[in-house]
Each structure stands twice: as structure tokens, then as C-alpha cells.
Design a protein around this ligand. Structure first.
Ligand SMILES: [Zn+2]
Length: 282
């Protein structure tokens, strides 16, 4: 009996049963990984819904999840340095799939730009197909569905913004996360309240605050936004001092929990675009 138990335990370990096969660093990538793999391949996001890449620190439970994964998907060693460190320390570099080779400011939040999204899911599909030996035609069907979904999301958002003249599409956001979205959809991010995408909770200096206030007036900015779940205090004050309507909450950093609006990539994108469009139209 003891021997049988031991054999079963070894088999369990060898097959990797009970372990998550594809671990993604955050919910947006996990959504794509799940869409691109057959349902038999288990998947999980390391950072759960509500958590952000910025300031994340690896926990012992997360370490176990990483160690047990067959493949780990991240954006870029600049956005997830802890993953690059883990891969190096454990000689797992070959098992990490990086989706976004360009770490410039414009592309730090590359998942918000439909062209970048399509590029990333195409690369991801190729890497996952190779990793799990999924038949090519099966992978192609899954990829095509996802590419179509991205195109139709982009079209819906363009329609939402259509009525707003380009000269009025001016917005101030809390941290530098909207550039790649703005570039694609023709919005203008006039300023960000904080400079760094790492220290999200830091307040701007008094000098920066008055510079932003001046920009609101000289550029005729129409909307101030803050990151949902983070403090809205500075944004509220700016809107008040700039004689604008109250700031809007945007949530581009993660997907909502299942069942809530914003729980998929298209629904997250459209939810935020609708908030922006409504605020710009006021
Ligand atoms: Zn961000």
C-alpha cells in the first residue's frame, strides 16, 4: 500500500497534475492565454483582479505557483523585473514568454493599443502552440477568433468617440498609462498628475500641481481622470480648481472579477472608453 502511494505521488509530480500549466503575470495576459489554449490547459493570473503590476512583490504562494508552471507569460523585464530575476535564479529563462519587447514609456501599457494587442496575441499563440503541441489548425481557429474580437472592440470604441472633435479630446490622467490607448484612438494626454508609473501613490509637488492647473486652462482640457481603487484626492482638487466636472475613474490596469463589467479585455476597454467619451461630451 505504501509503495502504491509512493508510485502515485511520483506519477502525480511527474505529470504535473494539480499544477497550473500557464501562469500569467496579470489578468489581461491571463485572459488571452485562456482564449488561446484548449480548455484542458490550466491557467492562472499571478496578480489577481484589483492588483497592479506596479509595486508588486512576489509572495511565497506566488513563488510556488511560478515554480510549478510549465510556461510563465509576462510583458517585459522592465515592467516585471521580479519575473526576470526569478527566471534567472531558477534557470527558467526558456520557459518565460515575454510579449512586449519595447519597454519605452509609450508602450509600457501596450495592452491598451489594439495593434499592439494583436501583435502580442499572435506571438503568444505561436509560443503556446509550440509549448503544448496543440494542432496548428486548432490554434489558428482560436487565434482568429481573438483577432476578430480585438478588431471589433476597436471599432466599437472608435464609434463611441466619433462625435467628439479631435480638438476636444484632451484629458489628464493620474499616472502615465494612457499613451498607447490615446495614440491609437486619437486622444491627447495633456499631462499626468504623477510622472512615474512605478510610484503610483506619490503626490505631485506644488509646482507640478500649478503647472497642470495652467495646462487645464490654456489647453482647454475637458476631463481629469484617476485610477479606480487609488486615491482621487488630487484629481478632485484639480477638477475643482480647474472648474471642470468631477474627475472620472478609469480602470485600465487589470480585468474585473468574473461576472462584473470589465471582466474581459473587450469589456474592460469599452467600459473605460465609454466613461471617457461621456465625460468628453459634457
Ligand atoms: Zn499602469
Amino acid at each position: 500500500m505504501k509503495k502504491l502511494c509512493l508510485i502515485l505521488a511520483l506519477l502525480w509530480a511527474n505529470l504535473g497534475l494539480g499544477q497550473t500549466k500557464v501562469v500569467s503575470t496579470f489578468t489581461v495576459i491571463d485572459y488571452w492565454a485562456q482564449r488561446l489554449t484548449p480548455s484542458s490547459i490550466s491557467h492562472k493570473s499571478l496578480i489577481p483582479s484589483g492588483g497592479e503590476l506596479h509595486g508588486y512583490q512576489i509572495s511565497p504562494a506566488d513563488l510556488r505557483l511560478l515554480n510549478g508552471a510549465k510556461r510563465v507569460i509576462g510583458l517585459n523585464p522592465a515592467t516585471e523585473p521580479w519575473l526576470a530575476d526569478w527566471a534567472k535564479a531558477n534557470h527558467r529563462e526558456a520557459d518565460v514568454i515575454w510579449l512586449n519587447p519595447d519597454p519605452s514609456q509609450l508602450h509600457l501599457h501596450a495592452w491598451l493599443n489594439p495593434n499592439e494587442a494583436k501583435r502580442m496575441v499572435s506571438a503568444l499563440s505561436l509560443a503556446l502552440t509550440k509549448s503544448f503541441g496543440t494542432p496548428d489548425n486548432e490554434s489558428q481557429v482560436l487565434l482568429n477568433e481573438l483577432l476578430k474580437e480585438i478588431d471589433s472592440t476597436a471599432l466599437t470604441i472608435k464609434t463611441l468617440l466619433k462625435a467628439i472633435p479631435e480638438s476636444q479630446r484632451k484629458i489628464i490622467v493620474y499616472h502615465p498609462n494612457l499613451e498607447s490607448f490615446a495614440e491609437y484612438f486619437g486622444l491627447q494626454v495633456v499631462a499626468t498628475i504623477v510622472d512615474s508609473s512605478v510610484a503610483e501613490s506619490a503626490d505631485p509637488s506644488l509646482q507640478r500641481y500649478s503647472e497642470i492647473l495652467k495646462l487645464i486652462k490654456s489647453q482647454k482640457v475637458r476631463v481629469v481622470a484617476y485610477d479606480e481603487g487609488q486615491s482621487s484626492r488630487i484629481a478632485q482638487q484639480l477638477a475643482l480648481d480647474g472648474e471642470l466636472p468631477p474627475p472620472i475613474a478609469l480602470s485600465f490596469e487589470y480585468l474585473q472579477p468574473p461576472g462584473k463589467e470589465g471582466d474581459t479585455w473587450p469589456s474592460m476597454m469599452i467600459l473605460n472608453a465609454r466613461r471617457i467619451a461621456e465625460a468628453l461630451q459634457k
